[in-house]
Design a protein around this ligand. Structure first.
Ligand code: UD1
Length: 325
């Protein structure tokens, strides 16, 4: 009864791997190491280097390890990159997911957890966002995620195959035990960049847009600690094992922080001022993204442990310090 974690050497995937191992659940990681880092999951998990699109390798891995469930993290995640390279994104996020789902059907794997995104919702949808809110993904990245959601839906209608789709809001922070964290060398995320500024590795934090229709003019996001998100995956997995029907869940805390509020939080944590530079909006950034997490709380009993902005910031800075040491 092993769980196959694709993209398990990446940021969120590695947290899920540790969460599974911490409770004694057998895991095999499949990662092509295009952005993942082998050391991120150390020697603790069984590791297969390879691609999700390699059907023969997948089937061998599933049979060799007795895999009965898949958590599919592998994919490309940078929105502007997806605009510049749509074919690459549809290849990595849609075509390869298709191969993985097909391999599951061929080998009798009936349970599947999929990483989706809050970016599938329409920009003018009512906040906080419920799972049923209107979907209008605008970037190839978001569209590729919604396409795979549809694929899962269609497949589960005609096969003995159930899924849970988790739509992530803004994932941040790092493993409280310091085993893994955000290690991607190209930092675009606010929390990662703020941690780098806090440690003097970037000269200042850019604030992208101060004229949004928000209380302080800067973008508002629902930051969720990556360990709470990893825990949500385990609950989703257990629910599928127990026979729960295929469902979509938002993963966020249901409250938002502006860019300025995050910067203030960093100042509280480090005890001195954070250099910031105000600039124009970043193309494609919506003003506000806040989840309604009622469904996952009710259906899966998800209880966040790290819903505190200073805790999230502190863990991001701790990891940044360790990562670069
Ligand atoms: C992130 C995810 C996206 C996901 C979304 C869900 C990535 C690359 N992005 O996007 O996949 O769908 O969450 O909510 O994984 N900002 C600054 N200065 C910076 C960086 C960011 O002001 O240096 C601002 C942005 O304009 C935005 C907020 O901070 O208002 C968060 O930005 P970011 O951390 O990049 O995440 P999202 O763009 O929201």
């Amino acid at each position: 009864m092993t769980t196959l974690v694709t993209g398990g050497a990446g940021y969120i995937g590695s947290h899920a791997v540790y969460a599974l191992l911490d409770r004694g659940s057998p895991v095999v990681v499949l990662d092509n190491l295009s952005t993942g880092i082998r050391a991120q999951v150390g020697e603790v998990a069984a590791f297969v280097q390879g691609d999700v699109a390699d059907r023969a390798l997948l089937k061998r891995t599933i049979l060799d390890y007795g895999v009965n469930a898949v958590i599919h993290f592998a994919g490309s995640i940078v929105v502007p990159e997806s605009v510049a390279d749509p074919i690459g994104y549809y290849e990595n996020n849609v075509s390869k997911s298709r191969e993985l789902i097909a391999a599951c059907l061929e080998t009798g794997v009936k349970r599947f957890i999929f990483s989706s995104t809050a970016a599938v919702y329409a920009e003018d949808a009512v906040q906080p966002l419920e799972e049923g809110a209107r979907k209008v993904p605008i970037s190839p990245y978001a569209r590729s995620k919604l396409m795979t959601e549809w694929m899962l839906e269609d497949v589960s209608r005609v096969h003995d195959f159930r899924y849970h789709i988790l739509r992530y809001f803004n994932v941040a922070g790092a493993d409280p035990k310091g085993r893994t964290g955000q290690s991607h060398p190209v930092a675009t995320h606010l929390m990662k960049r703020a941690a780098m500024v806090a440690l003097g590795r970037l000269p200042h934090l850019d604030i992208f847009g101060t004229d949004y229709p928000t209380p302080d003019g800067t973008g508002v996001r629902d930051y969720i600690h990556v360990s709470d998100l990893a825990a949500a995956h385990l609950l989703a997995l257990d629910a599928l094992e127990a026979g729960a029907p295929s469902t979509v869940y938002n993963c966020g805390y249901g409250r938002g922080f502006s860019v300025r509020e995050v910067a203030k939080g960093v100042e509280r944590v480090i005890g001195h001022a954070l250099p910031v530079r105000e600039g124009p909006r970043r193309l494609g950034d919506p003003p506000v993204l806040i989840s309604d997490p009622s469904r996952i709380k009710m259906a899966l009993g998800w209880k966040p442990r790290y819903d505190d902005i200073d805790t999230i910031i502190r863990s991001a800075i701790d990891w940044e310090r360790r990562f670069n040491a």
